[in-house]
Design a protein around this ligand. Structure first.
Ligand SMILES: [Zn+2]
Length: 301
C-alpha cells in the first residue's frame, strides 16, 4: 500500500511551474506513458487497487527522456535523499505513481497521479522533473522499487524496466492457506493451469507478512528478485517485474488466475487439495521441453 498523504515541503519552489511545451508530443501521449496509464487502468478494472493501493514504476530509455525534456519543469523539486543507494541507477529517470494517489484516477489526470523523477549522480536521491502536480511525491514504496530495479539491472535481467505491485484477491487468499515456501507455492500454481510454467518458469518467490513500505520488505524482496520475476507478499499482494507493460501485467494476471483456479478446485473438492486429476511433473517437463524453457529444476520432483 501507499502511506496516505503528500509532503508538500519535500519540494523547493517551482514544482508547479510547468515549462511551456515548445515542440513534440505531450508526455501523456508518448507510447511509454500510454502503456503506463493503460496498465494502471487495467489493474483498477481487475479490482486489484482498492483505495490508493498498489504502485508502478518504469525505468525510461534515453530516447524517452529526450522526448520528454521539453515538458520538464523549469525548476525541478529539491533533491530528496533515499535510505538506499544504487550506483548503477545514477542518472536514470523513472515514471512512477504517486504516494496517496489512486490507480483509478491515473487515466483521468496522468500529470497529477504520475511523475517522472531523475536520480542524482550518486544514485541516492531523486527529484521530480514532471507531473505529480500539487505537491505530490513518488509512491512510499519507491525506495523498494529503486532497490529492486537496481538488482534486476545488475544481476537478474537488465531488459526488465517495469516493477508493478498490486493487491490481487486470490493471491492474498492463497497466502493465508498455504505454507509460505516458494517451492510449495510455485508447484501449486504451475499445476493449476498449463499456462503457468510458460509464464513463470523460474517460479514465484514469497516473503512473510512484513510492514508495507519498510526497508525490511524492500531488502527481502530485492534478494528474491535476483531469482524470481514475481514475489508474493504474504497477506498483502504481489510484486512483479517485466521488460514491457504487456508482459508485466500478464504475469500479474497469470499468477492471480492460477491462485483463483487453485482455490476454486479446493472448494469444489470439499476443502481438500488431493485432486482427482492434476498436471504431473512429467507434464510440466514436457511443456518446458516443447518451448525450450529454462525451468527451475529444484521445483520439480
Ligand atoms: Zn501494497
Amino acid at each position: 500500500m501507499d502511506v496516505f498523504g503528500t509532503m508538500q515541503d519535500a519540494f523547493g519552489q517551482g514544482v508547479s511551474a510547468v515549462k511551456g511545451a515548445v515542440s513534440g508530443v505531450a508526455v501523456e501521449n508518448l507510447p511509454f506513458m500510454r502503456g503506463f496509464i493503460r496498465l494502471c487502468s487495467d489493474g483498477w478494472q481487475e479490482g486489484w487497487h482498492e483505495r490508493n493501493g498498489g504502485n508502478l514504476s518504469y525505468r525510461m530509455t534515453h530516447a524517452e527522456v529526450d522526448s520528454c525534456k521539453s515538458f520538464f519543469y523549469d525548476v525541478p523539486s529539491s533533491w530528496v535523499k533515499m535510505s538506499v543507494q544504487a550506483k548503477n541507477l545514477a542518472g536514470a529517470y523513472f515514471a512512477v505513481t504517486g504516494a496517496g494517489r489512486y490507480m483509478r484516477n491515473v487515466q483521468l489526470d496522468p500529470s497529477f497521479n504520475v511523475g517522472i523523477v531523475e536520480i542524482n549522480a550518486a544514485g541516492d536521491s531523486w527529484r521530480l522533473v514532471w507531473g505529480l502536480k500539487d505537491g505530490g511525491m513518488p509512491t512510499s514504496e519507491f525506495a523498494s522499487h529503486f532497490l529492486i530495479h537496481s538488482v534486476r539491472l545488475a544481476s537478474a535481467d537488465p531488459t526488465h524496466r517495469i516493477l508493478y505491485h498490486a493487491h490481487p484477491d486470490n493471491v492474498i487468499a492463497l497466502s493465508k492457506i498455504i505454507p509460505l515456501d516458494a517451492r510449495i507455492i510455485t508447484r501449486a500454481l504451475w499445476k493449476a493451469h498449463t499456462e503457468c510454467i510458460m509464464v513463470f518458469p523460474k517460479g514465484i518467490g514469497v516473503v512473510p507478512c512484513m510492514v508495507p513500505g519498510s526497508m525490511e520488505l524492500a531488502r527481502a524482496t530485492s534478494e528474491l528478485m535476483k531469482t524470481y520475476d514475481a514475489v508474493i507478499w504474504a497477506q498483502h499482494g504481489l510484486f512483479a517485474s517485466g521488460p514491457d507493460f504487456d508482459s508485466t501485467f500478464g504475469l500479474m494476471q497469470t499468477v492471480e488466475k492460477a491462485a483463483k483456479i487453485h482455490g476454486l478446485a479446493i472448494a469444489m473438492n470439499g476443502g481438500s487439495s488431493e485432486f482427482a486429476n492434476t498436471i504431473t511433473d512429467d507434464d510440466l517437463r514436457a511443456i518446458a521441453r516443447s518451448l525450450n524453457l529454462k525451468v527451475n529444476e529444484a521445483f520439480l520432483s
